[in-house]
Design a protein around this ligand. Structure first.
Ligand code: PHE
Length: 441
């Protein structure tokens, strides 16, 4: 388990974990549903006052404990370690998210492949195409799901340095170049200016209590917090990495990517007079239609867009199961391959169930909802806020504060340490309890 990230490898791995379908798919459609720019400001604020402090807390915990989340809570507790260790089991959120995340990657692969064949040219045909694929084409979904699945677990089987670090080193920069390419293209379109206005001129009348809560939840999801993913990555961090610089860099990049994806998607939406507030279908229904109307250049853009999306999704996907893999290895003395096998089997079964649950007339539903919706709300609205809350409470009530103080003082001033501690002690728990209650009500 002694494998360590290089300094840059660690920053890219955390950025790779954070930046994913959250920033590229969830943020734009949630911005669309909440009326644009004012929501973005809220999301920034949540990232700053809640996301960065918890990210720093998780990095420090992983760096001290050098182990999976369960053992991190257990070993770092000054008292009650045997109870605190249960907080580490929030890591179950990772494989649950990964099941539908892999399904989304499967859809992305499918769309990348059809870029050169049959892009729909009207919203109606695009919607029909998407619904037909998702609700009746089980065979090709299982094939694409299996491709995405093997891709993810193959990388994981290579370990921290040759797997996770290497993939992030290549895929994250490639994704950036592809994204910037499409951004520059969209700047030449008429829809770009309205998109920038939509995203940057705030209209606070659109802010409801619900928008507040969505922004909080989104900050958590997009920074990979609350399920031990960052604790686990930080357990392989090298001594010379600077946690504050890493956290701020990752949070800023996450916001930059979300903004750029928003500019791109809304440029296309405004160019073709489509509707910004159409939910999850924004990426899979509107965009392909718009690409479909642009001839050859549209096909190229579509390919670049979906391949880039697949790359950034995969770098997040691999971080979703690293925590339970490490736990199985440490707790049950398993080899990495065996630990991967058990996690993979769990993800495969849940993922196939997600696919089946989307099929026409499927009875595989919980409270009338398809499994993707159920898993996503369970993980994002319950497990992640709970995990973040437990991290904050743990630091305040059980961890050795002096150790955190001494660690922080190596790279920040006393004042910054005090601000961090204030945010962890008061602001984070109160905000998280609000999200949590809102999810339950
Ligand atoms: N942050 C990832 C995204 O935005 C999802 C994720 C959540 C990854 C939690 C790891 C842990 O897509």
């Amino acid at each position: 388990m002694g494998e360590q990230f290089s300094k840059i490898g660690f920053v890219l791995a955390v950025a790779g974990s954070a930046i994913g379908l959250g920033a590229c798919w969830k943020v734009p459609y949630i911005i669309g549903e909440n009326g644009g720019s004012a929501f973005i400001i809220l999301y920034f604020a949540m990232t700053l006052i809640l996301g960065i402090p918890i990210l720093l807390a998780e990095i420090s915990m992983g760096c001290f404990a050098k182990s999976d989340p369960v053992n991190a809570f257990k070993n770092l507790a000054t008292k009650g370690g045997n109870l605190w260790k249960f907080s580490g089991f929030t890591m179950i959120g990772g494989p649950i998210i990964l099941s539908f995340y892999t399904m989304l990657i499967a859809w992305i692969i499918k769309y990348a492949l059809i870029s050169f064949t049959a892009l729909p040219t009207s919203i109606e045909s695009s919607r029909a195409f998407f619904l037909n694929f998702v609700s009746s084409d089980i065979i090709s979904q299982i094939i694409f799901f299996s491709i995405a699945f093997f891709w993810i677990f193959y990388i994981l089987s290579k370990g921290v340095k040759d797997g996770i670090e290497k993939v992030n080193l290549w895929l994250m920069p490639t994704f950036f170049v592809m994204m910037l390419g499409i951004l520059f293209y969209s700047m030449t379109m008429k829809g770009f200016l309205p998109a920038v206005k939509y995203m940057l001129i705030p209209d606070f009348s659109k802010i409801t209590l619900h928008a507040f809560l969505s922004a909080l939840g989104l900050a958590f999801f997009t920074l990979s917090l609350g399920i031990g993913a960052i604790i686990t990555y930080a357990s392989s961090m090298s001594e010379d990495s600077n946690p504050l610089v890493t956290s701020i860099f990752v949070a800023v990049m996450n916001i930059v990517v979300a903004l750029i994806m928003g500019f791109i998607i809304f440029t296309f939406i405004f160019e073709f007079n489509a509707e910004p507030s159409q939910g999850t279908g924004l990426t899979f229904i509107s965009l392909p239609t718009l690409f479909g109307n642009l001839g050859l250049i549209g096909k190229i853009l579509s390919l670049v867009f979906f391949v880039g999306l697949a790359f950034t999704a995969v770098t997040s996907a691999i971080s979703l199961v690293e925590a339970p893999i490490r736990y199985f290895m440490k707790q049950f003395g398993m080899s990495r391959k065996k630990a991967i096998f058990y996690n993979a089997a769990f993800v495969y079964i849940l993922g196939i169930l997600c696919i089946v649950s989307n099929l026409n007339g499927s009875h595989l539903r919980i409270f009338g909802q398809d499994l993707t919706t159920v898993f996503d709300s369970f993980a994002s609205n319950i497990i992640m806020p709970l995990g973040g809350l437990l991290v904050a409470l743990f630091i305040v009530f059980s961890a050795d504060k002096e150790r955190f103080h001494a660690f922080f003082r190596k790279f920040v001033s006393e004042k910054i340490f005090n601000i961090w501690f204030f945010l962890i002690k008061f602001v984070a728990p109160i905000c998280i309890i609000i999200i949590f209650l809102s999810a339950l009500l």
